[in-house]
Design a protein around this ligand. Structure first.
Ligand code: NAD
Ligand code: ZN
Length: 271
């Protein structure tokens, strides 16, 4: 695997690993890029087929749903089909192994605390066995756009255990108020779930190392977490084959997460 990386990058991975070995608190933020190698397109990728003419950013908003609920609902049903049946890649697995390894170490006071936060709405971290905080909701859940009542439709919470899956794109009405049912996702311009954001802020402010994996660092407030970490003395590591123009990053690992993460975790855990 090392052969896939340039000598410069290998040195940077080693630098990151040494830092991580001694850190007692690590905060990790993942974005769409961590799931790209599982076959889930990021928002910066051009859309395919029927949806080629639309920009993802223009669909994932309350205004878009207000304007044309049918179009947005159909788009999400299509995205659900894209995501359905995808599996975690080596990056998800490495992160889960690292967390599990830390939780198993003894005595408990010496355990490394690894808080995993994601902007993703897929459940590939869970499928790999991680415990993760979702900042932007869950693709497999729905709620009423009007009264917020959860809509218990055919989707089960995890991809692994889907029992009845419907990709029907007919709009659904809420049984309480007749409003439209929408995916339980935080759209552009909407506020983040309070509890999830508190967990993220506290983990970022208190960590010694902050790792940003596969995010374009454009979507706030999540993008501000790295800044918060650095202001509080943390070292910031970025893993992205197309590093973001982000001057605050201390270590850049410019390669796909599925290549870098297994290598990094192997070195951090000495396994
Ligand atoms: P983004 O689409 O804006 O950016 C993705 C980033 O990942 C880019 O910087 C790209 O260079 C990088 N990348 C691509 N392949 C990679 C790889 N193999 N390894 C590491 N990095 C890689 O995504 P974002 O920053 O997460 O923000 C956009 C919003 O889109 C988020 O709110 C998120 O909820 C949503 N989204 C989620 C999913 C998902 O759940 N899988 C997919 C698309 C978009
Ligand atoms: Zn309702």
């Amino acid at each position: 695997m090392l052969a896939e990386l340039s000598p410069e990058l290998i040195v940077e991975v080693q630098r990151a690993a040494i830092l991580l070995q001694t850190a007692s608190k690590v905060c990790i933020l993942t974005g769409a890029g961590v799931s790209a190698e599982s076959g889930i397109p990021t928002f910066r990728d051009k859309q395919t087929g029927l949806w080629e003419q639309y920009r993802a950013e223009d669909m994932a908003s309350p205004d878009a749903f207000e304007r044309d609920p049918q179009l947005v609902w159909s788009w999400y049903q299509w995205r659900r089909q894209l995501v359905y049946g995808t599996a975690p890649n080596p990056a998800h697995h490495a992160l889960a192994e690292w967390q599990q390894n830390a939780e198993a170490s003894k005595p408990p006071q010496t355990q490394q605390q690894i808080t995993l936060i994601t902007q993703n709405v897929d459940d590939l971290h869970e499928q790999a066995g991680s415990s993760v905080t979702h900042l932007h909701g869950n693709l497999w859940r729905n709620r009423c756009n009007n009264c917020d009542a959860p809509y218990d439709n055919e989707f089960e919470s995890s991809n692994v255990i889907h029992k009845k899956v419907s990709f029907d794109d007919k709009l659904i009405h809420c049984s309480h108020c007749d409003g439209y049912i929408r995916p339980d996702i935080v759209w552009f311009g909407e506020s983040l779930p309070v509890k999830a954001w508190q967990i993220a802020e506290s983990a970022a402010a208190n960590c010694e190392v902050f790792i940003s994996i596969g995010t374009s660092s454009l979507v706030y407030p999540a993008a501000g977490l790295a800044q918060l970490a650095q202001q509080n003395g943390a070292t910031v590591i970025e893993i992205n084959p197309n590093p973001t123009p982000n001057t605050m990053v201390d270590i850049t690992l410019a390669a796909p997460a599925g290549v870098v993460m297994p290598l990094l975790v192997k070195q951090v855990t000495n396994k």
